[in-house]
Design a protein around this ligand. Structure first.
Ligand SMILES: [Zn+2]
Ligand SMILES: [Zn+2]
Length: 276
């Protein structure tokens, strides 16, 4: 299990990524749903200030402070720079929970910022296109890796061993980065340049039928397909689906799997918690 996700457009969205102990958005109902797992979360990233993405934060902080668990574990929150609504909300939460047992660090982030994670990974922030006048962000988890330098690729195992003995391991390897996960937040389609080479794509897909979309601030299924004709992640998780499509989810999943054979698809059902 890598992800636990709850997402129903306009109601609640939160994405728990277990390997790096990260939480993306904090829609309502999260604490009751995750129970003791809330103590394993180390960093929270908020994509924007819409209430379906932040309403659960007060409960989360309060529960983490008072329920039975590791109440002293530090918690870091990251949110879009200069978001007045989130700043006020965080101030309210702090004033309602004056005696926190844990260190709460609150940080502003913006486009291109980097947050170091554990295990040679870091998170990169990118801006998204959502509601005018509302800062919204997407997130990418990137891993720092090493590979054999090209000039040594034809050498045998023994020859490489010899080089390592003589010059050290760093002599034969070079650094590169690998995009692991891209998360869209609420947005119109993310640019293929950003997603490219990402193993896993979590993209919002509020509208399954293009004709239902009145304002251009969310993504439709047609746009997702257009995107997947240009890039090919190993795994695609669609979330933030409107509950008007509850009965279509299984069919859409089947159709996508048929159309894009090399991609593993998941759609977060608006009425269910998905474990992926
Ligand atoms: Zn939303
Ligand atoms: Zn939104």
């Amino acid at each position: 299990m890598e992800f636990i996700i709850r997402s129903k457009a306009l109601y609640s969205t939160w994405i728990y990524y277990k390997p790096d102990r990260l939480l993306f958005d904090v829609g309502e109902g999260i604490s009751a749903a995750l129970g003791n797992k809330i103590y394993s979360i180390e960093k929270i990233f908020l994509s924007h200030s819409h209430v379906d993405h932040i309403a659960g934060l007060w409960g989360f902080i309060n529960t983490r402070n008072n329920a039975m668990g590791s109440r002293e574990k530090d918690l870091e929150i990251y949110y879009p720079k200069n978001s007045k609504n989130i700043t006020e909300y965080l101030n309210f939460i702090k004033s309602m929970n004056r005696h926190l047992r844990f260190n709460l660090s609150i940080n502003e982030i913006e486009h291109n910022d980097i947050v170091e994670l554990k295990n040679n990974r870091y998170l990169k922030v990118f801006k998204t296109r959502h509601t005018p006048g509302e800062k919204s962000l997407g997130f990418q988890i990137i891993e720092k890796r090493k590979k054999l330098k090209k000039e040594f690729s034809n050498l045998s195992g023994d020859e490489i061993k010899k080089l390592v003995q003589e010059y050290g391991k760093d002599y034969i390897v070079e650094d590169y980065t690998k995009k692991i996960i891209t998360i869209s937040g609420d947005s119109l389609p993310i640019s293929p340049d950003i997603i490219e080479d990402s193993d896993i794509l979590l993209h919002e897909c509020t509208f399954i039928k293009e004709s239902d979309r009145k304002l251009r601030n969310h993504t439709s299924l047609d746009e997702i397909k257009e995107l997947l004709n240009q890039i090919s992640p190993k795994k695609v998780i669609l979330y933030h689906v409107s509950s008007r499509y509850n009965r279509l989810i299984n069919k859409v999943l089947k159709d996508l799997t048929n159309e894009f054979e090399n991609i593993e698809f998941h759609i977060v059902h608006p009425e269910e918690i998905s474990i992926i």
